[in-house]
Design a protein around this ligand. Structure first.
Ligand SMILES: NC(=O)c1ccc[n+]([C@@H]2O[C@H](COP(=O)([O-])OP(=O)(O)OC[C@H]3O[C@@H](n4cnc5c(N)ncnc54)[C@H](OP(=O)(O)O)[C@@H]3O)[C@@H](O)[C@H]2O)c1
Length: 268
């Protein structure tokens, strides 16, 4: 039977690349966007409306997918957004909104998809996190926190749903050349902010990383590999050698040494 794959945030970047790749591998793929009509169709890919900040749209989405396909074999929680700013100065409302987008939004969808997967007695959920979710990055604390939280809840969830034949994994991208930098929320600094220079340095480094980032096709291939594996790991990473090695360094180096490395790297 052809597997049905639902991928959120398929209008752009990593989600779009993964959707095209999976379509070419003959899966039935449905994607989502907040504004499906705005985007030219990737051939064969249907975009359905879904907004991470409006949990009620999760229900409507799952109903529409079930009407069309009758099952959901794989949910890829890919949609997400970035936010930057000094923790001291990001408006609390922006913090709430960001965590809704990157954490509560995917969870709202998972809650609607799980009954379908339990009924099927099978399913796979891939939560797209970030290498930045394994460490607190300066001026990206909220982003690191939202992705780190998604990582943690995925670990818990996988133990809860294993008994129903459902697998949950995370996939943490490093830097990929997508539109994420343009869509990111750059929290405005307060007048006379003491963070101005280091924040700017960190943004310059960050945006260089994204522009020089890897081809989203590598991410798509990793998604395909995870879907087709019989035995899966809990966490996957897709990024440059340097980004992956940073996770190893974080594990083995004293915290204070790792922190110094990050501060030098981001020039803060
Ligand atoms: N690119 C990287 O270097 C990188 C690194 C680490 C992690 N990631 C993660 O990878 C995922 C994909 O990122 P990307 O680089 O492909 O970014 P992107 O090009 O900006 O695409 C983001 C996708 O998410 C959707 N989206 C954004 N906000 C949404 C919301 N509130 N509700 C519903 N959908 C929303 C967008 O769809 P619409 O605007 O059409 O609704 C779009 O399809 C994200 O979770 C991101 O955090 C990316």
């Amino acid at each position: 039977m052809t597997k049905v794959i639902l991928i959120t945030g398929a209008s752009s970047g990593l989600g779009k690349a993964a959707a095209s790749f999976l379509l070419a591998k003959n899966f039935r793929v449905l994607g989502t966007s907040r504004n499906p009509d705005k985007y030219a169709l990737v051939e064969g890919l249907e975009l359905l409306p879904f907004d991470l900040n409006r949990p009620e749209t999760a229900n409507e989405l799952v109903e529409r997918v079930m009407e069309k396909t009758g099952r959901i074999d794989v949910l890829i929680n890919n949609a997400g957004a970035g936010i930057t700013g000094p923790v001291e100065e990001i408006e609390l409302s922006a913090m709430h909104s960001h965590v809704s987008t990157n954490f509560f939004g995917p969870l709202a969808l998972i809650q609607k998809v799980l009954p379908v997967m339990r009924e099927q007695k099978s399913g796979l959920i891939i939560n797209v996190t970030s290498i930045g979710g394994y460490m607190g990055l300066p001026y990206r604390g909220l982003y690191s926190a939202s992705k780190g939280a998604l990582n943690m809840v995925s670990e818990a969830l996988r133990m809860e749903v294993k008994r129903f034949g459902i697998d949950v994994v995370t996939l943490a991208p490093g830097d990929f050349a997508t539109d994420i930098a343009e869509r990111r929320i750059y929290s405005p600094l307060k007048k006379d902010s003491p963070y101005h220079d280091p924040y700017q340095h960190s943004l310059d480094t960050l945006n260089d990383h994204v522009t020089q980032g890897k081809d989203p096709l590598d991410f798509a291939k990793m998604v395909f590999k995870i879907i087709t594996l019989h035995k899966r790991k809990v966490h996957y990473k897709s990024g440059s050698f340097l980004q992956k090695i940073s996770l190893l360094l974080k594990r083995v180096l004293p915290d204070i040494v790792f922190e110094k490395m990050l501060m030098n790297h981001y020039k803060v």
